[in-house]
Design a binder for this molecule. Sequence first.
Ligand code: ZN
Length: 108
Amino acid sequence: MYKTKIQDAKREAYFINRRLLHLPKSHLRIRIRKLYDVWAYAEETETGNYRTILNCEFPSYKLFRDVLAHELIHQWQYYTGDPGTHNKNFFTWRKSFGRLGYDILKEY
Ligand SMILES: [Zn+2]
């Protein structure tokens, strides 16, 4: 079991962003909460802010970083005006993330 730490989340997010996504900082805000039916989600708030919400624990660190990578791809979609679904644009990232050890799956 891995308990989500904001420092880990930021380190992973900044690494992914530096290597791949190149998003502005406004798309890299992260919150940790107790979630009940998903591991995480990416959101655009009513006031036009972007946040990634992560569950407070994961079965493994590996799942934590894979889920975070998945949600950051949704942030990239918001940034580029894509609807943010698991469409073709979403999966164009699968290979480059895979090279860095992140497995991008459809469902979390
Ligand atoms: Zn998703």
